[in-house]
Design a protein around this ligand. Structure first.
Ligand SMILES: O=c1ccn([C@@H]2O[C@H](COP(=O)(O)OP(=O)(O)O[C@H]3O[C@H](CO)[C@H](O)[C@H](O)[C@H]3O)[C@@H](O)[C@H]2O)c(=O)[nH]1
Length: 445
């Protein structure tokens, strides 16, 4: 039987809103020595008369690689709309390297990094991310970034990046991340996540770059012995290969920091990221049927999926459904900026939970999404999903105290922002030329 959760329509966002604003033109410039893409960013009407986004030629020599270098020569130091603020550029030409910076959490973090004045280089192989997010990030923050379309397993390209730029630290997001998929193709997960990270760490060491922020997950706690879970809780056992890769990389970083005090690592354990940038311009772009609850619910609202499967209503929770600690992706993003500040104090290896400390059940999530979109949401109660636990919430007080980081968004804002992103971008980001080519190559190989 299908039920539906409907609540009063206090924050309806019209699905008729469409984002024509960021139509991107990517043009291949025929060049015998370089494969260059020109990115034309459309301008805010506020800026149209004042500045021009001018693509520049990449200055590096290698020519067979698909590398994009974005530049905005005439960028002003202010931006408008709901992001009214003034950027203080305070760096000394040092860069941070963001692996996986075109992905969901990476892209929101890059916006915060650019706002905070960092020079950002993104490395992303675009397997689970879209180049379009990078175009939009620059528009949002009104600052340029540099992008390398590359895999972290590629020692040659990483070496070249470290040779070329004065890199101060690395934010390491790049990873395969689907729990279910990891049980089917474990070797791919160990190869990409573990070997890719080891490759990155070795190259960092070679170039005397010892500052890293690592994207970990609450999954490293396994089935936690106490709730809310704090950083002193025991780690593991973790049953799926995805979680094992996160735990192994954490352990590697701890060993590296113990062995050599030049290394500093801030490990961030995310709880359940959701929401999207409040502008509705960047957000999560799941490929295929989403595994996680929030994007799944949002596709049900869109009518792309018929109903939400509620995996179990017999947990020992107040309404029987699973309880999780959902956190707005923009709060996660500011957590990374705080982590970089922490790295400047040379802390050794430290781990922080990033969550709100508040748990919501599956029923509460469906109701909150229903409030945000003003629609009834159909659901069916199903068997428990294998590997799920009843309740996981964070004790994030260590991050509050030591990083001076506090989440700002509540559940209704998370749902409103998620729904705004979904309404404006019903099918996610448009595919870029690179992504189309990747797909073609996958089909023909
Ligand atoms: O279609 C769905 C999807 C999920 N759920 C339920 O919703 C809750 C949240 O499930 P998610 O799949 O959204 O998130 P998880 O808590 O299972 O997993 C997330 O948090 C983990 C850490 O706790 C890991 O980081 C993992 O990678 C990440 O996806 C769970 O009770 C789950 O049973 C449903 O009822 N229906």
């Amino acid at each position: 039987m299908t039920f539906s959760a409907g609540l009063s329509q206090d924050s309806f966002v019209s699905t008729s809103r469409r984002n024509n604003f960021f139509t991107q033109e990517i043009e291949e410039i025929p060049n015998t020595t370089k494969a260059v893409h020109k990115i034309n960013l459309p301008l805010s009407h506020h800026h149209q008369n004042h500045r021009q986004m001018q693509p520049t030629q990449p200055s590096f020599q290698q020519n067979r690689r698909k590398t994009l270098e974005y530049n905005n020569n005439n960028a002003t130091k202010t931006f408008d709309n709901d992001l009214t603020s003034t950027i203080t550029v305070k760096n000394n030409e040092r860069h941070v390297l963001v692996t996986g910076g075109a992905g969901y959490i990476g892209s929101h973090t890059v916006v915060e990094l650019l706002k905070d004045g960092y020079n950002v280089i993104v490395v992303d192989n675009l397997t689970n991310a879209c180049e379009e997010s990078l175009v939009r990030i620059q528009k949002l923050s009104n600052r340029p970034l540099k992008f390398y379309h590359a895999n972290i397993l590629d020692e040659k390209i990483l070496t070249e990046i470290f040779e070329k730029y004065n890199i101060w630290g690395v934010l390491h997001f790049a990873a395969l991340k689907a729990v279910g998929e990891s049980t089917k193709i474990p070797l791919e997960y160990y190869w990409n996540n573990v070997t890719g990270s080891l490759n990155l760490f070795r190259i960092m060491e070679k170039f005397d770059v010892y500052n890293i922020v690592f994207s970990s997950s609450a999954t490293v706690y396994g089935d936690p012995d106490m709730i809310p879970v704090n950083e002193k809780s025991s780690l593991g056992p973790v049953i799926n290969p995805y979680g094992k890769t996160k735990l192994f990389i954490e352990e590697t970083l701890r060993d590296m920091c113990n062995a050599d005090n030049k290394w500093n690592a801030v490990i961030l354990r995310y709880f359940n990221p959701t929401g999207a940038h409040p502008s509705g311009i960047i957000g999560e772009n799941p490929r295929g049927v989403p595994n996680n609850l929030m994007p799944y619910v949002s596709q049900v609202v869109q009518g792309r999926l018929p109903f939400v499967n509620i995996y179990g209503d017999d947990y020992d929770t107040f309404d029987g459904t699973g309880v999780r600690d959902y956190i707005h992706v923009c709060d996660l993003a500011t957590g990374h900026v705080a982590a970089l500040r922490k790295l400047k104090t040379k802390p050794g290896c430290v781990a922080y939970n990033l969550g709100t400390g508040v748990g919501y059940s599956v029923f509460q999530i469906i109701k909150a999404m229903s409030r945000a979109c003003g629609k009834d949401i159909p659901y069916k109660i199903q068997q428990r999903r294998p590997g799920d636990v009843g309740i996981v919430t964070a004790d994030a007080s260590l991050a509050n105290i030591e990083l001076d980081w506090y989440p700002k968004y509540n559940l209704d804002q998370m749902c409103q922002d998620l729904w705004r992103w979904t309404s404006i971008n019903p099918m996610g980001y448009p595919e870029s030329i690179i992504e189309k080519k990747n797909k073609l190559q996958e089909k023909t190989s």
